[in-house]
Structure formats: structure tokens, C-alpha cells
Design a protein around this ligand. Structure first.
Ligand SMILES: C[S@@+](CC[C@H](N)C(=O)[O-])C[C@H]1O[C@@H](n2cnc3c(N)ncnc32)[C@H](O)[C@@H]1O
Length: 517
């Protein structure tokens, strides 16, 4: 093995994010969340463990404010309390990171650090890196307005490879007023195993890379669910030839030897750049031997509702009709699934706070009517859905924004038999969540400015902040619209299934594979 002779291409190692387009936020005293924990020598869990309010809201305790003082266990990002890891050369996937100790499920592994840049800059850089022939992409989403670029500066987390069946996941934490991204173990990880997470929702894009994770559930390409990938491959257009990417240049990471970071973007050292080698020092996280099969067939879909409001049943060809023996089926039109209501497991339905009572009344009436009208097939799916009104609870202005009509995406996904359809909806939901989180964090920024303005009515709220707010609002509305559109499209154009058809182990319409299954 050449392990001792080769090194990864140079980069600048950092352990906290570097802010390029703005200053690090200063946490205001009134914004500091102080938990109720008090350290008790006899109970080690008393010092900000699972029961800590801050832990349950993914917020780190602020030193000097937490009563547990030095015993506080909820400052892991701040104290860089990382798991022990080791860099290794993998087969075909460049460098990777291994667990160098046994890691427990839920454990904080490492922070994904890099340069915090605006979304516009991320787009510009991503294109520039691609133009420079950089095959490894290190930009991930932080929120709808910002990204983290670990290309030139970063922590060891930049070496964690993607897997479609990963043992880690990313989680966002609030640390001293800033959002930071951590890699957390999804399961117990034994010493020596390669760490991986699913890039999909974080992936900024870049060259299209064939995924070599080897998982049985492999989606074929890195970030196949990412917006960048979908835009590049025109997934939802015309004949809906999703995943038919023959015309797009695909970078297969085993195809060629290549330099990782072009010399002109290196900041750390001016050393010769390490060539990618096919020598392997580790095995892939899962089944490295499994050949990648990505034979998804294009699906034929009749035009959506043919431009009329008449809701008539439509014929849909199933996905992969030739391989799984499914035959074309007739599905009920969308009316069988009333939108704008939240289907709850026990049959109750919650409406959003913004609906006036008469709207609620009408909706309830309509839902009940539709249920009576629906065919036996749709009855089978939806007869248990009974709308009930729940009074909105307003507590302060901020909560109001959160109380919009909610869709129960998990329930909707459970009704869809097409994995691709479910994935699209889950992707849109994730984007919507990020857009919501972004506007929530902006609210915290804009609120003090507004209050200040109201108090002494002198200064205006800064234009840039107001613009940011408007932009974030637009993003959020767009994300909500995209989610609704994805649901409508997929419910109307892909086969539905009954609750009884949901496979054990399935959640949100996705099957979660256990290790070794
Ligand atoms: C964040 S970097 C990960 C570290 C990278 N392997 C390195 O050597 O620096 C992401 C890049 O690693 C490669 N990569 C990560 N996961 C992969 C996978 N499952 N299959 C193929 N290539 C992968 C791709 O080139 C991708 O652009």
C-alpha cells in the first residue's frame, strides 16, 4: 500500500467557519437561550444531556450563561468535541474518513467547516471550479441564502464521502447565534468503518458524478435529488425522462486519473498535487462489490388534467412497467386527496390558522362530500380522513408565521407507490423546510431592528435587511408552491396504494435499510 507516501491535496485546515461576505453574528443577550439544567454530581446526565431544553432545540449553551458551567455537555461545536477519525485513500472515490474509535448512534462526529459564502458566490465558485476541472466538490448548503465552501479551507469533514445508505447524517445547530452544520452518527459505527452521509439535500452540485457507494439502494449519481442535478438533467420536463442522462457528460470517478484541486486555487502550499490513485486502503461503507445498476425506465404520463377543471380519472403507465410486472392502472383524480388539510393518523385533520372559519367550514364540507363521492378504490385510501377544526394558537407574532396550512407529507408519500415520486416530494419538502428555517433565522435578525425603530423612530430598518427578508419570503413561497406542485403532479400521475401496502420499516414512504439488509 502506498498509504504512507501519498497525501491529500493541500487545503487550509480550520475548525470554525470563516465568514467571507459578512461578519459573524453577535449574539444579543436577550437572544441567549438559557436552560434549566443544574449540575448534580450524582447524576452526570444533569449537565445538559438529553433532557436539556437547548439540546432538544439543537441550540448549544452559551458559556457564562449555563448554570452547569464547565460541566455543560452542550458545547460540542464550540469545544470541537469530535470523534477520532483518520484519512484514507478509497477506491475510486478519492480520500475518505474512517472512524478511529467506536462511535455511538447519535454521537457528534465532526463539524463541516469552511468558508461561509453567499448563494450567489457559491454558484459562481461552483462554476469556476468546474471550469478549472476540479472533480471534487466541497460546497454544501447552509440555508437558502448561504453555503459553506470547504474547497480551500475546511475541516476533516470535507473528506467524508457520500453514500446512498449512509452511517452519518448532517444536522444543523444554533451555536452562539449562527447556524452550523454537524455530522452525526445515524447508527453505531465500529472502529475502522468509513464515514458517509447522503449528500442529496446538502449537495450544491458540480460535475455529474456517478456514485460508487455500492449500496443496494444507490441512486446512481451524487446529489441525484439535488436541485442542481435536477435542473441540469431537466428531470421534470416534457416526457419526464427522469434519470435519462445519456446526453449529459458524466464524470465517472474511476474513469481517469486526475488532479483534485487545480494549482491556481490552492492557498495552503504550493506542492505538487496528488494524483488520484486506484490503490485502495479501505473498502466502501457498504457492499463495494455491488455493480451499480441504474436502469430506471422513462415513464409515460398522460397530460395533467388536460387543461380543464373537470376532474376525470386518468391513465398512468407505472414506473418500470417492464421489469416489475406492474400493469397500467387507472387512478382517481386529485379530488380524492383534499389539499390544504393535514391528514392525521387517527383520522383527524388539522387546518392552518390562516383560514377563516367559513373557509374551514367549506373545506370540511367539501372533504366530506368528496369522500362520499369517491370510488371504492379511493375510499379504500381515504375514508378514514375526517376533517376537524382546531383553533390556532397564537403566541406572539413569530409563531403566527409558522401556522400555515400544513400538508402531511409523510402520509401523502405513504400513498405513492413510486419511489421517484416520493423522493421528489421529500426533496421539495426539505427545500421548504430550509426556506422556513432561513426566514425564521432572519426574523430573529430583523425583529430587534424593527423594535429599535419603533422605540425611537429614528433609524430605518436597513434596506439590505429588508431586501434579505423579501428575498427569503419569496424563496419560501416558491418552495411551498414547488412542494404543492410536486404533490399534485405525483398524486395525479403515479399509482397510489393503500395504507395496508406500506411495507414494515417504511417511513415517509421511504424504506430504511438496516445494516446488512
Ligand atoms: C466532499 S468531497 C469528499 C472527499 C473527496 N473524496 C476527496 O478526496 O477530497 C466530494 C467528492 O468526493 C467524491 N465522492 C464522494 N462520494 C462519492 C461516491 N459515493 N462515489 C463517487 N465519488 C464520490 C466526488 O468526487 C465528490 O465530488
Amino acid at each position: 500500500m502506498e498509504e504512507e507516501h501519498i497525501e491529500p491535496p493541500p487545503y487550509i485546515h480550520i475548525e470554525t467557519n470563516d465568514f467571507l461576505h459578512r461578519r459573524h453574528k453577535r449574539q444579543k443577550e436577550e437572544d441567549i437561550a438559557v436552560c434549566e439544567c443544574q449540575y448534580n454530581l450524582m447524576d452526570p446526565d444533569s449537565a445538559c444531556g438529553e433532557r436539556c431544553w437547548n439540546v432538544s432545540t439543537n441550540t448549544e449553551c452559551t458559556p457564562g450563561y449555563c448554570r452547569c458551567g464547565v460541566y455543560c455537555k452542550n458545547q460540542r461545536f464550540q469545544k470541537c468535541q469530535y470523534a477520532r477519525t483518520r484519512l484514507v485513500k478509497t477506491e475510486g472515490r478519492g480520500w475518505g474518513l474512517l472512524a478511529e474509535e467506536n462511535i455511538m448512534a447519535g454521537q457528534f462526529v465532526i463539524e463541516y467547516c469552511g468558508e461561509v459564502i453567499s448563494w450567489k458566490e457559491a454558484k459562481r465558485r461552483s462554476q469556476a471550479y468546474e471550469d478549472q476541472g476540479l472533480m471534487e466538490a466541497y460546497i454544501i448548503y447552509l440555508n437558502t441564502a448561504e453555503s459553506i465552501d470547504a474547497t480551500k479551507k475546511g475541516s476533516l469533514a470535507r473528506f467524508i464521502n457520500h453514500s446512498c445508505q449512509p452511517n452519518c447524517e448532517t444536522r444543523k445547530w444554533n451555536v452562539l447565534g449562527e447556524v452550523r452544520v454537524g455530522i452525526f452518527a445515524k447508527q453505531d459505527i465500529p472502529i475502522g468503518m468509513e464515514l458517509s452521509y447522503d449528500y442529496n439535500f446538502e449537495w450544491f452540485g458540480g460535475a455529474i458524478v456517478r456514485c460508487l457507494c455500492g449500496a443496494a439502494s444507490c441512486s446512481g449519481f451524487l446529489g441525484a435529488k439535488s436541485r442542481g442535478f435536477q435542473e441540469a438533467t431537466y428531470l421534470w420536463e416534457d416526457d419526464d425522462d427522469r434519470f435519462s442522462v445519456e446526453n449529459i457528460p458524466i464524470y465517472d470517478s474511476t474513469d481517469e486519473e486526475h488532479t483534485s484541486i487545480p494549482k491556481d486555487i490552492l492557498l495552503a502550499k504550493n506542492e505538487p498535487i496528488t494524483q488520484r490513485s486506484n490503490n485502495s486502503t479501505v473498502q466502501s461503507t457498504e457492499n463495494p462489490g455491488i455493480a451499480i445498476s441504474n436502469e430506471l425506465m422513462a415513464m409515460t404520463v398522460e397530460p395533467l388534467m388536460a387543461g380543464s377543471n373537470e376532474l376525470t380519472p386518468m391513465t398512468v403507465e407505472p414506473l418500470m412497467a417492464s421489469s416489475n410486472g406492474l400493469t397500467p392502472m387507472t387512478i382517481e383524480p386529485l379530488r380524492a386527496i383534499p389539499m390544504g388539510v393535514d391528514f392525521v393518523e387517527n383520522g383527524s385533520t388539522e387546518y392552518g390558522a390562516q383560514y377563516a372559519d367559513d373557509v374551514l367550514e367549506n373545506s370540511a364540507h367539501r372533504v366530506a362530500k368528496l369522500q362520499n363521492q369517491s370510488s371504492p378504490q379511493s375510499k379504500n385510501h381515504h375514508t378514514e380522513l375526517v376533517p376537524v377544526r382546531s383553533k390556532p394558537k397564537f403566541r406572539g407574532g413569530k409563531a403566527k408565521r409558522g401556522l400555515r396550512k400544513q400538508l402531511n407529507v409523510a402520509d401523502i408519500c405513504d400513498r405513492l407507490s413510486s419511489a421517484v415520486a416520493r423522493e421528489e416530494i421529500l426533496y421539495c419538502e426539505e427545500v421548504k423546510k430550509q426556506a422556513t428555517a432561513e426566514i425564521d433565522s432572519l426574523y430573529d435578525e430583523i425583529r430587534p431592528a424593527i423594535e429599535e425603530h419603533e422605540r425611537d423612530s429614528q433609524d430605518n430598518v436597513s434596506t439590505s435587511l429588508a431586501e434579505k427578508w423579501i428575498e427569503a419570503s419569496c424563496c419560501k413561497y416558491k418552495a411551498e408552491f414547488d412542494l404543492s406542485a410536486a404533490i399534485i403532479k405525483n398524486m395525479a400521475s403515479t399509482p397510489l396504494r393503500g395504507k395496508e401496502d406500506v411495507i414494515p420499516g417504511e417511513r415517509n414512504g421511504l424504506l430504511y435499510l438496516q445494516n446488512g439488509t
